[in-house]
Structures are given as structure tokens and as C-alpha cells.
Design a protein around this ligand. Structure first.
Ligand code: ADP
Ligand code: MG
Length: 316
């Protein structure tokens, strides 16, 4: 009985030995492969003062994981096509105390896609075409002196705003197609780079929608949304068919709120202040009407400094 047991034991031991020998061989091959991976060589060289043999042995599986996850990302088109196990993440080796660890970091493509989404979140727009959102202050075409002045003022605004001040917005006026909306978009983009959120509203559509919302409870919500935007840009004011109702119940309260709280507000218009005042007066109703229009104008003047833009019509 005891002999049988002894024989079995010897058998098992022999078995284990041959197995482990095979295992050792495989291990040695993989080890060689890992340690000859160019990125591993670079890493070990760069950190040679803090890495010893023992650490390499203990962290061999981490290094192995790194070699399997280190794919060539140079032709990547989109995170959704990512070849890595963790989509949009790339491994990086790091010495942590006495061991080597892998940290996964967002890849270049993921960072790019996330910042694009962040920008879309930061620049909200109501009825303003999306292509205007590609405008940029740094490569805007400056074809006239007046545009130069307005761009200078825009930079001044951004600088003051970023210092925590409450600067006045700009009232950009000038004829159709000179680039008023484009400049607003460029300012919004520049602010988005600084993580500041802007709401761009195309006034004619907004007022039309507001009128359609009379009597349903989304009207207050709509007005509130515009009232409370950290930075508001009212695009093309004056191009709408204003009624005394939209003037007094929509535009008036928005401007009043923003003036009281000194909230940055920009405008663009085909009209200068005088022309806009005239546009806002529904003259058939006499003196009271003129007063109401004048009050709106006062609010706009308090909120924004006028800049005239000239130049050719860029739409033709
Ligand atoms: P406005 O609002 O004054 O009527 P837009 O801002 O809509 O004019 O500009 C008219 C067209 O010209 C748009 O297609 C816009 O993208 C383009 N545009 C305007 N300003 C510039 C600029 N500085 N550089 C390049 N394109 C511009
Ligand atoms: Mg415009």
C-alpha cells in the first residue's frame, strides 16, 4: 500500500516537473518577447534608475498586457472604430512605488471627440444655422476698419469677462451679409474654448415661436431659458414682425432681467439704434407706444455698445 502511494507521488512530481519545464520555456519566450518590445525598451531605459530586476519580474504580466493593448492608432477615424479593448483609451506604463502599473488614458481621438461634444453643449442655439458655429475669431476675415474695431471690442469683452467682470455686450449693426452673425458665432466659439456657455437666438423665429406658445405653459419656460443664459446673443433683432405683444411680453422682460442682473447680452441688427426704435414703435397708437419703444431701446443701450459693420455682402 505504502509503495503504491510513494510511486504515485513520484509520478506526480515528475509530471509537475516536466510541465513546469515546458511552462518555463514558454514563460521565457514570452518574457523575451515582452522585453524586446520597442516601447517596453524605451520605458525601461527612461526609468532605469527606479526599476530593478525584481520589479520587472513581478510586473511582467502588466508589461505583457501593455504590449497586447498598444495598438497602432495613427489611422484612427473615430472612437467607435477603436481596436483597443477599452474603446478610446490607450495604455501608458508608470512606476508606482515598487511596481510597474498600466494606466489607461483617453486617446487623442477621444479627447478630440469629447471636446467637440463639449463645444456643442456650450454653444446652444435656437434657430441659428449650425455652420455659423464653425466661425473663429482667430481666422476671421478682417476686410474693413469697422470690422477691426468690432473684433477688438470682442476681444476686450472676452478678456474682461474672463477676469470676472461684467462687461457690456456688443450691438453689431450693418447691412445684410456683412458678417454680423458670423462675428457673433466667432465670439461664442472663443468663449466655448474657455468653457463659457453662450446662447445664440435668432430673434424672428424665437418671437414667432413665442407667439405660437401663447396659452400653453411652454411660453414662460422659453422666455426663462433665454432670460437666464449666462451669455445671450440676440441675432437679427429688427428682422422680425414685432407686435406690441412680443415687444412688451417677451423682449421687454428678457432685457429687463438681463439689465438688472448685468448679464452679458449681444445683438445683431440691420438697424442702428434710431432705426430700431422706429421699428419698435407702432405709431398708430400714439405717445404711449413711443414711450414703450424708447424704454426697450434704453435697455439695449445699457446692455450693449454699438458697432457698425460695413463691407460687401458676403452672401453674393
Ligand atoms: P449678416 O449676419 O451680417 O447678414 P453673416 O454673418 O450671415 O451676415 O455672413 C454672411 C456670409 O458670409 C455667411 O455665409 C458667413 O459664413 C460668411 N462670412 C461672414 N463673415 C465672414 C468672415 N469674416 N470670414 C469668412 N466668412 C464670413
Ligand atoms: Mg445675420
Amino acid at each position: 500500500m505504502t509503495r503504491v502511494i510513494k510511486l504515485k507521488k513520484i509520478d506526480q512530481t515528475l509530471n509537475r516537473l516536466t510541465h513546469s519545464e515546458r511552462f518555463m520555456k514558454q514563460y521565457e519566450n514570452i518574457r523575451k518577447e515582452i522585453l524586446s518590445h520597442p516601447k517596453i525598451i524605451t520605458f525601461l531605459k527612461a526609468n532605469s534608475s527606479s526599476i530593478d530586476e525584481g520589479m520587472i519580474e513581478r510586473s511582467l504580466m502588466k508589461l505583457y498586457e501593455f504590449t497586447t493593448q498598444n495598438k497602432d492608432c495613427s489611422h484612427c477615424q473615430s472612437v467607435s472604430l477603436c481596436k483597443n479593448m477599452m474603446q478610446g483609451y490607450v495604455p501608458r506604463l508608470e512606476v508606482q512605488g515598487k511596481s510597474i502599473e498600466i494606466v489607461y488614458e483617453r486617446c487623442e481621438q477621444r479627447v478630440k471627440e469629447e471636446s467637440r461634444r463639449e463645444r456643442e453643449r456650450l454653444i446652444q442655439s435656437l434657430y441659428v444655422p449650425r455652420d455659423i458655429l464653425s466661425a473663429s475669431l482667430s481666422n476671421i476675415d478682417i476686410d474693413t476698419k469697422s470690422k477691426m474695431e468690432a473684433i477688438k471690442a470682442a476681444h476686450g469683452f472676452i478678456e474682461e469677462y474672463m477676469k470676472g467682470e461684467k462687461p457690456k455686450g456688443l450691438y453689431l449693426h450693418g447691412s445684410f451679409g456683412v458678417g454680423k452673425t458670423y462675428l457673433l458665432g466667432a465670439i461664442a466659439n472663443n468663449l466655448a474654448d474657455k468653457h463659457v456657455s453662450t446662447l445664440l437666438v435668432y430673434v424672428p423665429d424665437f418671437l414667432r415661436e413665442s407667439k405660437a406658445a401663447i396659452g400653453d405653459n411652454s411660453l414662460n419656460e422659453k422666455i426663462d431659458f433665454v432670460k437666464k443664459a449666462p451669455i445671450l446673443m440676440l441675432d437679427d433683432i429688427g428682422a422680425e414682425t414685432m407686435t406690441s405683444w412680443t415687444r412688451d411680453e417677451v423682449l421687454g422682460p428678457i432685457l429687463q432681467h438681463r439689465m438688472a442682473d448685468q448679464m452679458p447680452t449681444f445683438f445683431s441688427s440691420n438697424f442702428n439704434f434710431n432705426e430700431l426704435e422706429h421699428h419698435l414703435t407702432f405709431s398708430q397708437k400714439g405717445e404711449e407706444e413711443r414711450m414703450k419703444a424708447a424704454r426697450i431701446l434704453e435697455r439695449i443701450k445699457t446692455l450693449a455698445t454699438p458697432y457698425h459693420l460695413d463691407g460687401h455682402n458676403r452672401r453674393t
